[in-house]
Ligand binder design. Structure first.
Ligand code: PCP
Length: 376
């Protein structure tokens, strides 16, 4: 129905670049099929979070290869292999494209989510961004945002797949349908279950301060927060607007009412507001985050290091001191005192050896963010 490949297309390696198909034919024709080690690395110096392993293993399942990888949610550094394959090159040649696609995209989203979560401190951040991407990507967007430390996701289908409740407030269209903010807020409160937070959108027709006071006077103690999603043409200095709304709510005895901000938020605007805002909704910055520039390179052939220029040769291990996040790269088989190996065997002869759970990955990431916060 929609313009996209089927799961069978992806699993069969058809969503690949033609030069891999031609390479297969040339090597087969000439009887060349070396045993290699091929590793995935990036040169990115941003806050990088590894994600996408779950789907990557499903893609490679059944191929006569062994795979070693980091846990999802691991913060990684430039040149550190996040995954490597051991096997005959023709066993996985055409899968380089979809493999990198799964890892580059998911890790890009998880990394941006983690940067925003780091900027938000202890304030919750909800992922609002699946409306900005192809619907077929909704699950990978929200799973990666969750691994990256987001505190909730708005997409219903993805939330169900993740096994978490979907999060959200109310859209402007609800207010416009009623044509009256108060009627809309009241209806929202009357109709929805008690476990749905009463967060009223307060910027549709009038000034944020006025609508916030109205919402507090309308729902009183039942109001948990007001959402400010001020349109860009009126946004001006959003920090001043939030301070004003905070002051006006407090002097009227509504200090229990939180302030939730959304609309073109990123790690910079979140950092600027985190001390006065109680929660954030972030869309494009996370869902349309740039992919990580992972590359897959052969670094060892028939047991001999053989990397191209710009790459470090030979099979490797990555080491981490999880208390300081200090890292080291060594040849495979070496040892580093006071550090733990990061790359573990996750596939043996095409059999998946681990369950890459998104909740465990998120906890793993959050514990590393605590170390980074400790440095600030
Ligand atoms: C949308 C939503 C969030 C926005 C998008 C998140 O706003 O409410 O605030 O996406 P962003 O981070 O990419 O801006 P609107 O479509 O303006 O409003 P509504 O809530 O009515 O859908």
């Amino acid at each position: 129905m929609f313009e996209m490949p089927s799961e069978d297309d992806i699993k069969a390696g058809r969503t690949t670049d033609v030069y891999f198909i031609r390479t297969e034919r040339v090597l087969e024709e000439k009887g060349v099929n070396p045993s290699v080690v091929a590793e995935v690395t990036s040169s990115s110096t941003n806050l990088n979070v590894f994600a996408g392993l779950h789907d990557a293993l499903k893609l490679l399942e059944g191929l006569p290869i062994d795979v070693y990888a980091m846990r999802e949610g691991t913060i990684f550094y430039p040149r550190e292999p996040v995954l490597y394959i051991v096997g005959r090159y023709l066993s996985f040649a055409r899968y380089e494209n979809p493999l990198l696609g799964f890892l580059c995209h998911a890790s890009g989203i998880a990394s941006r989510a983690a940067s925003i979560k780091l900027a938000a401190g202890d304030k919750p951040v909800i992922s609002f961004g699946t409306r900005r991407v192809h619907p077929a990507l909704a699950h990978v967007v929200e799973r990666s945002a969750w691994i990256g430390g987001m505190d909730g996701v708005s997409n219903v289908s993805a939330a169900q797949a993740l096994g978490i409740p979907a999060s959200g407030t109310m859209p402007h269209s609800l207010i416009i349908c009623f044509g009256d903010q108060v009627a809309a807020w009241r209806a929202f409160d009357e109709v929805l279950e008690e476990d749905v937070p009463r967060v009223c959108l307060c910027d549709t027709y009038w000034d944020e301060k006025l609508e916030s006071i109205m919402a507090a006077q309308t729902l009183g103690d039942r109001l948990s927060a007001v959402r400010l999603d001020t349109t860009s043409s009126r946004r001006g200095n959003i920090r001043r607007i939030v301070e004003e709304v905070r002051y006006e709510l407090d002097i009227r005895g509504f200090s229990h009412v939180g302030i939730f901000v959304s609309g073109s938020m990123d790690e910079h605007s979140v950092a600027e507001l985190a001390d006065i805002v109680d929660g954030f909704g972030v869309g494009t910055s996370v869902s349309a985050a740039p992919p990580i520039d992972f590359a897959l390179d052969i670094v060892e052939k028939e047991g001999v290091p053989c990397a191209k220029r710009g790459k470090w040769g030979g099979r490797k291990q990555v080491w981490r001191n999880w208390d300081t996040l200090e890292g080291r790269i060594t040849p495979f088989g070496a040892h580093v005192d006071g550090m733990e190996p990061v790359l573990e065997k996750v596939m043996e002869d095409g059999r998946i050896l681990i369950q890459s759970n998104h909740h465990d990955a998120r906890e793993h990431l959050l514990s590393q963010l605590e170390v980074l916060r400790g440095r600030e």
